[in-house]
Design a protein around this ligand. Structure first.
Ligand SMILES: Cc1cc2nc3c(=O)[nH]c(=O)nc-3n(C[C@H](O)[C@H](O)[C@H](O)COP(=O)(O)OP(=O)(O)OC[C@H]3O[C@@H](n4cnc5c(N)ncnc54)[C@H](O)[C@@H]3O)c2cc1C
Length: 381
C-alpha cells in the first residue's frame, strides 16, 4: 500500500521550503510532508534582500542588515534613512541549510530528489508522478515554473523578464561603505530599457554587485565597466557568481491548479510585478496557507490582491515597457518626495488611502496618465 502524505510540495526552492518551514512551526507540524526537489541545494545560487521593521523567522541567517540605502542616478543622488526599517540580506545557501536542518530532524518529513513530472487530482486527493514513482497525498503545492513555457496573451497583459547577474567581489583596498547598500545605481546606459546595478557591501573590501536589466545583455562586460569606470575599482577578485531571471507580469497566475492543488512562489504569482521582490510575499503567503489549512482544512483561503495595486502594477509595467529610460526619474521622485515608510507600505500593498493619494501626488502626473491611456489594463478595472 502506498504511503499517503498530507502535503506534497513540488519544488524545494524558496517557496516550497518556506511552506514546509511554516508548517513545522504550526500545530500541523506532525503531518506527513514530502518535498520533491531535484537539486540538493548545496550551492549559493541566489541572494535575497528585503525590507522589514519586524522580527522574521529568518533573523538568525541574515548575513547583513543596513539602515541606509543609496540611490544614484543622473538626476538625483541621495541617501535614504530607513528609520524603523532595515534592509536585510539572506544568502540562498544559508536559507537552504537552515530549513533542511530543521526538516531533517523530523520523521514526518521526507525528500525525494527527483523531478515532479505531473500533478493531478484523484478521487482521494492528489497524485504526483515522477519518472519512476507515483506519490499520493491529500494536498499538493506546486512551485514548478517553466519560464520557457510561460506565454501570456500579450494583447491583454504585460510581460517582461528581469535578468540578474551578480559577482561577489573582494578588493585589496577599502572600496565600500558597509553602512549603506546601494538599492539603485542607474549610472549605466539605459538603451531604452530599465538597467541598474545594486551594491550590497558586506565590509569595506567585500560586496555583492548585481546588474539588473529587462532585456538580455553582455552582463560581464557591463559589470566590468561599472566596476572600473563608475566605482573606480580596478583591482578586484571575483569570489563567486550568481544570477537568474524573474518574470514580471500582470497576467494572473491562478492559485488553484486543481481541486487539491495550489500553486506557490513564482508559479503562484508571488513575484511583485513591478519590483521583482518575492521573499516577503512568499513568507506571508506561506503563513496564510498554513492558517487557512488550520481553519478550513484547505489552503485556498488566502488574501487576494487588491484591484488598485493590480492597476498600479500594470501601469508601471507599461511605463517600463514603453518608457524604460524614464523609470529612473520616477523612482527618484518616489524616494525623494516621500517618507520611506510610505514607499514601503505602497510596495507592500498595504498603504492607507491617504498614503496612496500622497504618493501619487508626489509623482509626475503626465507619465501615469500617458501610461493609463496607452495601456491594456482597462479590462482589469
Ligand atoms: C537571481 C534572482 C534574485 C532574486 N533576488 C530577490 C531578492 O533580492 N528579493 C526578493 O524578494 N526576491 C528576489 N527574487 C525573486 C524570488 O524571491 C525568487 O525567484 C525566489 O527564489 C522564488 O521562489 P520559488 O520557490 O518560486 O522559486 P525557486 O526558488 O526557483 O524554487 C523553485 C524550485 O523548483 C524546483 N523545480 C523545478 N522544476 C521542478 C520539477 N519538475 N519538479 C520538482 N522541482 C522542480 C527547482 O529546482 C527549484 O529549486 C530573485 C529572483 C532571482 C531569479
Amino acid at each position: 500500500m502506498n504511503r499517503q502524505y498530507d502535503f506534497i510540495i513540488a519544488g524545494g526552492g524558496l517557496a516550497g521550503l518556506s511552506l514546509a518551514y511554516h508548517l513545522i512551526q504550526s500545530n500541523l507540524r506532525d503531518r506527513a510532508i514530502l518535498i520533491i526537489e531535484p537539486q540538493r541545494k548545496e550551492q549559493n545560487d541566489r541572494t535575497w534582500c528585503f525590507w522589514t521593521n519586524q522580527p522574521t523567522l529568518f533573523d538568525e541567517i541574515v548575513c547583513r542588515s543596513w539602515n541606509q540605502l543609496q540611490f544614484k542616478s543622473a538626476d538625483w543622488e541621495g541617501v535614504i534613512d530607513l528609520r524603523d526599517y532595515r534592509y536585510q540580506m539572506i544568502r540562498g545557501i544559508d536559507f537552504y541549510r537552515l530549513v533542511q536542518r530543521a526538516l531533517s530532524n523530523r520523521e514526518n518529513v521526507e525528500f525525494a530528489h527527483t523531478r515532479a513530472d505531473r500533478i493531478e487530482d484523484d478521487e482521494n486527493g492528489v497524485r504526483v508522478f515522477t519518472d519512476t514513482q507515483v506519490f499520493h497525498g491529500r494536498w499538493a503545492f506546486d512551485s514548478r515554473f517553466d519560464l520557457s513555457q510561460f506565454k501570456p496573451d500579450l494583447s491583454r497583459y504585460h510581460y517582461l523578464q528581469q535578468h540578474f547577474k551578480g559577482w561577489w567581489i573582494e578588493t585589496p583596498n577599502k572600496s565600500f561603505d558597509p553602512q549603506a547598500a546601494t538599492l539603485f545605481d542607474f549610472r549605466t546606459e539605459q538603451k531604452n530599457d530599465v538597467r541598474f546595478f545594486y551594491v550590497l557591501p558586506l565590509s569595506e573590501r567585500q560586496a555583492l554587485i548585481e546588474y539588473v536589466l529587462l532585456g538580455g545583455a553582455e552582463y560581464d562586460r557591463e559589470l566590468t565597466t561599472y566596476m572600473e569606470t563608475v566605482l573606480g575599482i580596478q583591482d578586484y577578485r571575483i569570489l563567486a557568481r550568481e544570477g537568474g531571471v524573474n518574470p514580471l507580469t500582470d497576467c494572473p497566475l491562478p492559485r488553484r491548479a486543481g481541486k487539491r492543488i495550489m500553486t506557490i512562489g513564482v508559479a503562484g504569482g508571488r513575484v511583485k510585478p513591478t519590483s521583482g521582490y518575492a521573499f516577503t510575499r512568499i513568507q506571508q503567503d506561506s503563513a496564510a496557507m498554513v492558517d487557512s489549512l488550520r481553519r478550513t482544512d484547505a489552503p485556498f483561503n488566502v488574501p487576494a490582491g487588491s484591484r488598485y495595486y493590480r492597476l498600479c502594477d500594470s501601469l508601471m509595467l507599461q511605463l517600463m515597457y514603453r518608457h524604460g529610460a524614464g523609470i529612473q526619474s520616477l523612482f527618484a521622485d518616489l524616494f525623494k518626495n516621500n517618507p520611506v515608510e510610505r514607499v514601503f507600505h505602497f510596495l507592500d500593498e498595504r498603504a492607507s488611502p491617504r498614503e496612496n493619494l500622497a504618493l501619487m501626488a508626489s509623482l509626475p502626473p503626465g507619465q501615469f496618465l500617458r501610461a493609463f491611456l496607452q495601456t491594456q489594463v482597462l479590462h482589469q478595472i
